[in-house]
Design a protein around this ligand. Structure first.
Ligand code: FAD
Length: 474
């Protein structure tokens, strides 16, 4: 039986960086994957969606360029098959890159499904050969999550989850999206920008419910007015039927029809077949494997990272946890070295049109916690660089502790929000004050200047916003 210092189960953005980091630290490492290197993120999540979203955005930009004297303002025709080929090429290219990285670090990649025989032995079966067993000192579980497909949904090719949606040969003319979380909203925008007629049904009172109301309002304005997405909130989609003619369902009193139903109602942890009980592990009542602040499960030699542990269910969180697990195992093996705690500040980006990005506390959260805060906002409509690109929609916002002036959260909605959030994340992580951010010279003309302006706005000292007339002043 082959023996490894560390076995990592699952090669997504949690597992493969854990394997590489462990190898860098001198461990003999096996990485076991049953489907595709890169996991959900690279194959059926972040990368394919953002490839399609980039194309959808480009189409919109080309149409908008008419106002700058470039082209005739018409949206170009979409060859969806060619777009899919580009998406598949991008995925393959990145997958090859990850394989090369793993090989260069000497990580043994074992293909098959892993299951525990006991806490130090794993069985790996690939369906064809007899299961192979390996011995391991430590294990990192990084088996991720899969789309939830509730039982009330008909099983039919016209009813798909995000994974199947990302492999469609053609874009449906009429798309119904069930679920107003970030995956549903991102794909709804993408489809609308590429020319589909989109209806989104959400059971809760609003889409993207974790966002502050002002941020949500800005996003929804674009969804409804520009992209013409129909938002039906506060209603379940019921009595769903699918056949060769299409998909139909009832949202309240209204009959909804489409060519395809995309189901985006949440993600569930993947532990089936792992036999975690044989290692002395238990999943919680929602199926997640719980870990402590250092990433350890209830069994000291087994760590778990990424979506399977619950938490933010984002690729960069999984990677941070994977690297931490590898480093903490190295510390445990060295005996006497202290384990590090997991980073808790995780930025979130929603790649809708417009993009949204948040980090730290939201205004609503701060208010719910009864924390005294101040806020500072700056609109892109007042920012030179945004207007050069005709992108005056949206704003950035700081949430600041009222007493200490420390920035405790931030939100950006509008152009390049996904990139802009990096500065805010660093500021919150480094516990900067709004005054320090405001005094930091930002290059002009850039989108980043919006953070500086918004930091000044916290103190009513923003140069580029008009002075408000005081009530009663003449
Ligand atoms: P996964 O990426 O799910 O990888 C787990 C791997 O384990 C899989 O490859 C699976 O085959 C393998 N596996 C499972 N069980 C076994 C077993 N028993 N033996 C061997 N192998 C096994 N996050 C972002 O941060 N940004 C985004 O823009 C973003 N967009 C997304 C869009 C969509 C449509 C979806 C679905 C997700 C998106 N996410 C995004 C979330 C992100 O993909 C996940 O948070 C991330 O992939 C989780 O990483 P992971 O390593 O925990 O698990």
């Amino acid at each position: 039986m082959d023996s490894f210092d560390i076995a990592v189960i699952g090669a997504g953005p949690g597992g493969y960086p854990a394997a590489i980091r462990a190898a860098q630290l001198g461990a003999h490492v096996a990485l076991i994957e049953r489907e595709a290197i890169g996991g959900t993120c690279l194959n059926w999540g972040c990368i394919p969606t953002k490839t399609l979203i980039a194309a959808a955005h480009l189409r919109e930009e080309i149409a908008a360029a008419g106002a700058m004297g470039i082209g005739d303002g018409a949206a170009p025709r979409v060859d969806y098959a060619a777009l899919m080929a580009h998406k598949n090429h991008t995925v393959a290219q990145l997958q090859k890159g990850v394989r090369t990285l793993l090989a260069s670090h000497g990580v043994a990649v074992l293909e098959g499904t892993a299951s525990f025989v006991n806490r130090n032995v794993l069985a790996i079966s690939n369906g064809s050969d007899a299961p192979r067993q390996i011995k391991t000192g430590h294990t990192i579980i990084a088996t991720g999550s899969a789309s939830a497909m509730p039982d009330f949904l008909p099983r039919h090719p016209r009813v798909v989850d995000s994974r199947a949606f990302l492999d469609l040969g053609q874009l449906p003319r009429r798309l119904v999206v069930l679920g107003g979380g970030y995956i549903g909203c991102e794909l709804a925008c993408m489809a609308a920008q590429l020319g589909a007629e989109v209806t989104l049904v959400e059971l809760l009172d609003d889409v993207l419910p974790l966002l502050d109301a002002d941020v949500r309002r800005e996003v929804k304005r674009n969804f409804e007015r520009k992209l013409k997405i129909r938002l039906l909130t506060g209603k379940p989609l019921e009595n769903i039927h699918a056949d060769s003619a299409g998909v139909r369902g009832m949202a309240g009193e209204e009959q909804i029809e489409g060519d395809l139903l995309l189901v985006a109602v949440g993600r569930q942890p993947v532990t089936e077949g792992l036999a975690i009980h044989k290692a002395g592990l238990h999943a919680n009542d929602k199926g997640f494997i719980e870990v402590d602040e250092c990433g350890r499960t209830e069994v000291a030699t087994i760590h778990a990272v990424g979506d399977v542990t619950g938490g933010p269910q984002l690729a960069h969180a999984a990677t941070s946890q994977g690297v931490l697990a590898a480093e903490n195992i190295a510390a445990a093996r060295a005996m006497g070295r202290r384990m590090r705690r997991a980073e808790t500040l995780v930025p979130g980006v929603i790649f809708t049109a417009p993009e949204v990005a948040t980090v730290g506390l939201s205004e609503t959260q701060a208010q719910t916690e009864g924390r005294a805060i101040k806020t500072g906002r700056f609109p892109f409509a007042a920012l030179g660089r945004a207007l050069t690109e005709r992108r005056g929609e949206g704003f950035v916002k700081w949430i600041v502790d009222a007493q200490s002036d420390q920035v405790v959260g931030a939100a950006a909605v509008g152009p390049h929000a996904s990139e802009l959030i990096a500065e805010a994340t660093l500021a919150v992580r480094m516990e900067l004050t709004a005054s320090e951010v405001g005094r930091t010279i930002h290059a002009h003309p850039t989108f980043g200047e919006a953070w500086m302006e918004a930091a000044h706005a916290v103190h009513g000292a923003c140069v580029h916003t008009a002075k408000m007339k005081r009530a009663g002043a003449s």
